[in-house]
Design a protein around this ligand. Sequence first.
Ligand SMILES: Cc1ncc(COP(=O)(O)O)c(C=O)c1O
Length: 443
Amino acid sequence: MKNYNPVNTLTWVPLTIQDESESLLKIVSAEKEFVTDEDGNVWIDAISSWWTMIYGHRHPTLVEALQNQLKSLDHVMLAGNIHEAAETLSKALLELTRSDFAKVFYSDNGSNGIEIALKLSIQYYQNNPNTKPRSEFLVFSNSYHGDSIGAMNVSGKNYFNRIFSELRFPTKEFPAPNCMFCPWGKKPNNCSTECLSELELEIKQKEYAGIVIEPLVFGANGMLFYDKKVLVKLRELATYTDTLLIFDEVFTGMGKLGEPFAYQKASVVPDLLVIAKGLTGGMLPLAATLVPNFVYETFLSKDPYKSFFHAHTMTGNALACSVGYASVAMLKDFGLTKVRELESKLKTHAESFQNKMGNSIENVRVMGGIFAFEWKEPVATDEYLNPIGKQIRDSLRKYFILLRPLGRTIYITPPYTISDASLERIFLALEKTLLTFLETEED
Ligand SMILES: Cc1ncc(COP(=O)(O)O)c(C=O)c1O
């Protein structure tokens, strides 16, 4: 195998230390849950290429949708124009929300979807004759909303964004609700959302433009699960103070938790909803910010200053929309059934995995298509940069499994359609790898 590293490639690969000691895989093809490297090794893409290809790589239905769309329209700028691919996808998405939303604003990645939600919120208060301008957001530690400046700014302050702290617009950050290590020692059945008391005081004293949160799971910052009670309380506070509640479902949307959207699983409807990742089926960049009527109505005006000045060149790209529509259609046809089946298989695997690994791991958890746990360490640091993550990732290469642990949090988010044999292979590889780690620690 040739040696590719971040320094000898012309492409700057992201989230990778730029050093010759880092080796890169050269991937030449992909199908279902597999990617093949240039030496013909077949790898399992156990986190679905950053949570996007929920039906596996190059699903024939997505390929067909793309080929069909190519026969008529590739792209037309969406300012001053509309096309069938965008309208068809918007209709399907709004139906999936059972009309909780009325309009779909497209962009091409999750960060942009968040930027749009933030800007829409700020302008909503400006356009609305009954409200005073507001521009600050309530945000949570351990949250991740993307790497553009605005999205970074409403994310938890951490190693990802600390260098850019000077660029921040004001936000008020609160500790992320965390039902796995509740600082109040509560369980969901006896909790009174003590974790939100400080936020409650704050939001009642000062007017905020929005609360931004990933519903039920804080993904990129540790796959932290929390109870829907938190969202119920946030909804209550947001309504009471007329603050917009923004759910970032870039990760949790499109069936990841067993319902089309996490907000439906929690039975808490936000005011703005951002989706991406699974919507793309892993094929073409696409994101959507869903807007309800009461927000949209404040933009209805002949006055140009009330309109929303935001567009990206490729907004509403017809090819991406066609693939997105196929992704939504498949979710309804079989995706949800598949992810629920996957959840029950993950639970079975998780139980036997826990038994085998004993107390070397903790917080073994499953929700929808997510399986996660923490590698127990004498002094546990939950930082992404905890070297154990990289060590585990590198060791799994021996078994041709692609993973990206988040520090000591190890997780898989396979395609909903992954085969039983591949699931077995992943769990076996994890088991062998971690047992080897334990043996080395003992030596
Ligand atoms: C919850 C959440 N929001 C936003 C983003 C940013 O999405 P993108 O990487 O497409 O910009 C991510 C990416 O991982 C995410 O997990």
